[in-house]
Design a protein around this ligand. Structure first.
Ligand code: HEC
Length: 107
C-alpha cells in the first residue's frame, strides 16, 4: 500500500509540469475555495487576476505581498467586500510565489 503511494507520487512528479504542481498547491492551500478558474465567486477568478495584471511588470511581487499580508484591494466594492485573507503564517514563501506566478499565467 505504502509502496503504491510512493510510486504514485513519483509518477506524479515525473509527469506533472511545474504549472500543475502550483495548481495542486493552490488547491491544497485553500485558494480555490474563493478563487475559481474563470468565474468570480467570493474572490476574483484566477483568470480575472491574470488579465488585470497582465501588463504590470511588478505584478508578481505585488500580489505575493497581498497573499502574504491579506487585505482589501482593487476588487473591493466591485462585488466582494471580503478582504483577501493573510497567509504569512501557513504557506512557505516559495510556495506562495509559485502559486502567484501560476495564477498570473492563467490568462
Ligand atoms: C476567504 C476567501 C479567500 C481565500 C481562501 C483566498 N482568497 Fe485571494 N482574494 C479573496 C478576495 C475577496 C480578494 C479580493 C480582495 C480585494 O481586492 O478587495 C482576493 C484577491 C486575491 C488576489 C488579487 C489581489 C489584488 O490586489 O488584486 C490574489 C493574487 C489572490 N487573492 C490570491 C490568493 C491565493 C494565492 C490564495 C491561497 C493561498 C487565496 N487568494 C485565497 C478571497 C480569498
Amino acid at each position: 500500500m505504502k509502496t503504491r503511494v510512493i510510486i504514485g507520487a513519483v509518477l506524479l512528479s515525473l509527469t506533472s509540469i511545474p504549472l500543475h504542481a502550483s495548481q495542486v498547491q493552490a488547491e491544497k492551500n485553500g485558494c480555490m475555495g474563493c478563487h475559481f478558474m474563470d468565474r468570480q465567486t467570493v474572490g476574483p477568478a484566477i483568470k480575472q487576476i491574470a488579465l488585470r495584471y497582465a501588463n504590470q511588470p511588478n505584478a508578481a511581487e505585488k500580489l505575493y505581498e497581498k497573499v502574504r499580508n491579506g487585505g482589501g484591494g482593487p476588487w473591493h466594492g466591485a462585488w466582494t467586500s471580503v478582504p483577501m485573507p493573510p497567509h504569512a503564517d501557513n504557506i512557505q514563501p516559495d510556495t506562495m510565489k509559485q502559486i502567484v506566478d501560476w495564477m498570473l499565467q492563467q490568462k
